[in-house]
Ligand binder design. Structure first.
Ligand code: S3P
Length: 170
């Protein structure tokens, strides 16, 4: 069934939480547009996220991320998947509160690690001990993600479809 969203549904949470996969499926189920802030940055810059971090630095990436989130929130309501750090900026949280509804896709560190460990596309995890880095980031970010209006658990063994269904129910 085609839904008419009143507000953009903004998926927030750590890398590996499944924001893009669940968001894509959710948009398909509701027959509404899907947007991904990382994708938009990559398209606009014509570079990968890792290249942007390496060439222009994280602050530049964060600036672009905020601009794109602002632009997407002003556009027609959609399902919007954001990069894991996007919700950390107070200005982004405020923009999301005004123009959308934040859903924290929550997953525990071991599940996140299981999903991201073999991928080499996350510059923040290019450290000597990426598992520890992920744990530290999670600990710092958890209280901020908890400010989201809705929380949906993405558990090990739960399909993308079932997780998207949980978001609908929430
Ligand atoms: C980041 C998460 C990434 C991407 C960038 C920074 C973060 O997005 O935006 O590498 O700060 O957690 P995903 O959450 O989609 O992996």
């Amino acid at each position: 069934m085609k839904w008419r969203l009143r507000k953009t549904v903004v998926l927030v949470g750590m890398m590996g939480a499944g924001k893009t996969a669940v968001g894509t499926q959710l948009a398909r189920m509701l027959q509404v547009p899907f947007r991904d802030s990382d994708d938009e940055i990559v398209k606009a810059a014509n570079m990968t996220i890792a290249e942007i971090f390496a060439r222009d630095g994280e602050p530049f990436f964060r600036e672009k991320e905020s601009q794109i989130i602002g632009r997407l929130l002003a556009d027609q309501p959609s399902i919007l998947s954001t990069g894991g750090g996007a919700y950390m900026a107070e200005a982004n949280r405020e923009a999301i509160r005004e123009g959308g509804v934040a859903v924290w896709l929550r997953a525990d560190v071991d599940l996140l690690w299981h999903r991201v460990r073999h991928r080499n596309n996350r510059p923040l995890l290019r450290t000597a001990n990426p598992y520890e880095t992920l744990r530290t980031l999670y600990a710092e970010r958890e209280p901020v993600y908890a400010q989201a209006e809705l929380i949906v658990d993405s558990e090990h063994g739960l399909s993308i479809d079932a997780t998207a269904q949980r978001v609908i129910e929430a």
